[in-house]
Design a protein around this ligand. Structure first.
Ligand SMILES: [Zn+2]
Ligand SMILES: [Zn+2]
Length: 329
């Protein structure tokens, strides 16, 4: 299928590909096959379909999964497409969407025409581009993590796009309190707008103490690591787990983190790792939530750039003060 790209978000991974360390190497440590066209959070319009395409037609508006799962390896056949052994990642190991057109298999595309009920014009595509990062939070909390009972206290470390998605989804799913932590004040403001009841600067408080105070000494049932700062966040999370609680580990940190594991035994607590946003009704559920008006992710978008200023958008992303930066192609 040929998709005319309309909106593409800049992901933290993209920023890590743009930034270099002192020796001049890119910071991104995951799978890449460079050079390739970047961009993996996007939405657009189907321009042309191949002979075998059956469910979509030219003119359909689509949001796209960036995990290019194979469908035939063991994990894929067992229902774990995010753990595909032959995975390619759009915009990281295969050509992505900072381009006018992208050639993609139909299986990774989800129709978003119904977002017209709540959004108009090109904003539909901006919102469509957010489904991928929100999907990572959905997968972590509800699919890999098995969700939580309404009434749970949920703490989210890191108010970047995935953390903001976690905040909004936790609120919708019935959290009694959503507590957010970040080191950047602008992001704390966005966290409140996305549904956080409390948002604290992690450099100016002891997060575990805040959580214990706010939960009357009980602790949080769900703690989401979306900061990629495990050596800082895990020791705090360890002190503010309730009983039967879960740490949902989404951030990446290429380093070891010590943890006092007795707390897992005595409290029957769990740590759950998760990656990706494919399968398990993730994209379709998020599209329905947005179309129903219950999930309003537009406040995540804090900047829009035209395609010809894409490099300026990348530079801005290194400041890490924005929620989501969208490039309109
Ligand atoms: Zn990404
Ligand atoms: Zn596979």
């Amino acid at each position: 299928m040929l998709v005319r790209v309309k909106s593409c978000g800049i992901c933290g991974s993209d920023t890590h590909l743009y930034e270099t360390d002192k020796a001049g190497y890119i910071i991104f440590s995951g799978l890449t096959k460079l050079p390739c066209v970047l961009g993996h959070e996007f939405a657009g319009v189907v321009e042309k379909t191949g002979r075998k395409v059956t469910a979509l037609k030219a003119g359909d508006k689509v949001a796209v999964e960036s995990i290019m799962w194979c469908g035939t390896c063991q994990p894929c056949k067992n229902g774990a497409p995010n753990q595909c052994r032959n995975v390619e990642l759009m915009g990281l190991s295969a050509d992505g969407a900072f381009a006018e057109y992208a050639a993609i298999s139909e299986r990774y595309c989800w129709k978003i025409n119904e977002l017209e009920k709540v959004y108009s014009g090109d904003e539909i595509f901006d919102i469509g581009a957010l489904i991928e990062p929100i999907g990572c939070a959905y997968n972590g909390i509800f699919i890999a993590g098995g969700g939580f009972n309404p009434g749970a206290a949920v703490a989210v470390y890191g108010a970047g796009p995935i953390g903001l998605g976690a905040i909004a989804l936790a609120k919708i799913a019935g959290a009694s309190k959503v507590i957010a932590f970040d080191s950047i004040n602008e992001r704390l403001g966005i966290a409140r707008e996305m549904g956080a009841d409390f948002a604290f600067n992690i450099d100016k408080c002891v997060p575990s103490k805040k959580i214990m105070e706010l939960t009357d000494g009980w602790g949080a049932e769900i703690q989401v690591e979306a900061a990629g700062a495990a050596p800082v966040t895990i020791p705090e999370m360890e002190k503010s787990m309730s009983v039967n609680s879960k740490i949902i580990y989404l951030g990446r940190a290429a380093t070891k983190t010590p943890m006092y594991l007795d707390a897992l035994v005595s409290g029957a607590n769990k740590i759950i790792g998760s990656r990706g946003h494919s399968g398990h009704g993730i994209f379709s559920s998020i599209i329905k939530l947005i179309a129903s008006g219950r999930l309003n992710p537009q406040k995540m978008i804090t900047a829009r750039y035209p395609f010809k200023k894409v490099l300026e958008a990348f530079r801005a992303s290194t400041e890490r003060t924005d929620g989501k930066i969208i490039v309109r192609v």
